[in-house]
Design a protein around this ligand. Structure first.
Ligand code: FMN
Length: 227
């Protein structure tokens, strides 16, 4: 299986969220061999989409000649796309959003009704692709926080998606928090293995992975220097 990881954190390897993603990949690896490539969005020369729609009319070729051309090739050669990113203003960081916008050449202008909404028809059949979102955030609460990013991801990739959201994620890079982060990363590994073996994560395990690691009020007190 070829896995392409988009790391949307500008902190690159130091990303809190990438701690979760690496544990997930380790779990997947335990279930069998995969080829994994990580692209740090912030390092790519991907200019913002110009909104000209030329790509949708000319067979999927963008007028801009930058790193996105190669990234689109990488996407087409992958089986699984993992989007690993911190929540920024209830969405994804700008360098990753630029990459997402520039995926437009994979679609044609033709739109079709699917269920109760319209989607653009693909330039090719992408049904082999699966999608995972792994998103960390700095607040302790998931509700009233992750919803916009989750809704966006589901609309972008309506089929074969798996979504992991983890609050309190700065703790993954705090050595004194290992008493709670190490067991959490073990659960994430288990989820990765289960995903590789079955194509899904059971609801109970997913809920445990996505729960706060310490009570919300305790986390806020630590951040506020009150504990
Ligand atoms: C510009 C900016 C916006 C942020 N917006 C949110 C937010 O909407 N909700 C939240 O819980 N945390 C927010 N955070 C906190 C990050 O999600 C948090 O620090 C995360 O652990 C960073 O992950 P990373 O190390 O993978 O980049 C924001 C951080 C920055 C720098």
């Amino acid at each position: 299986m070829r896995i392409l990881v988009f790391n949307g954190s500008p902190k690159k390897e130091k990303s809190d969220t990438m701690c979760i993603t690496r544990a997930f990949l380790e779990g997947m690896k335990a279930a069998g061999g995969q080829e994994v490539k990580v692209l740090h969005a912030v390092e790519q020369n991907v200019q913002p989409c110009r909104g000209c729609f030329a790509c949708m009319h000319n067979g999927g070729r963008c007028v801009q000649e930058d790193d996105m051309r190669g990234i689109l090739e990488e996407i087409l050669q992958s089986d699984l796309l993992i989007f690993s990113y911190p929540l920024y203003c209830y969405g994804m960081p700008a360098p990753l959003k630029a990459v997402i916008d520039r995926i437009l050449p994979l679609s044609r202008m033709t739109m079709e009704k699917v269920g109760d909404r319209y989607e653009h028809v693909g330039q090719a059949d992408y049904s082999h692709l699966r999608y995972i979102m792994i998103c960390g955030c700095g607040f302790p609460n998931s509700r009233q926080n992750f919803e916009p990013a989750v809704a966006q991801f589901k609309l972008l990739f309506p089929s074969d998606h798996t979504i992991i959201t983890v609050p309190e994620s700065p703790m993954f890079n705090v050595p004194s928090a290992e008493v709670v982060t190490v067991p959490r990363l073990e659960l994430v590994q288990k989820a990765g293995r289960q995903y590789a073996e079955t194509g899904a994560i059971d609801q109970e395990l997913l809920a445990a992975v996505c729960a706060p690691m310490i009570p919300e009020a305790q986390y806020a007190a630590i951040v506020n220097g009150e504990a």
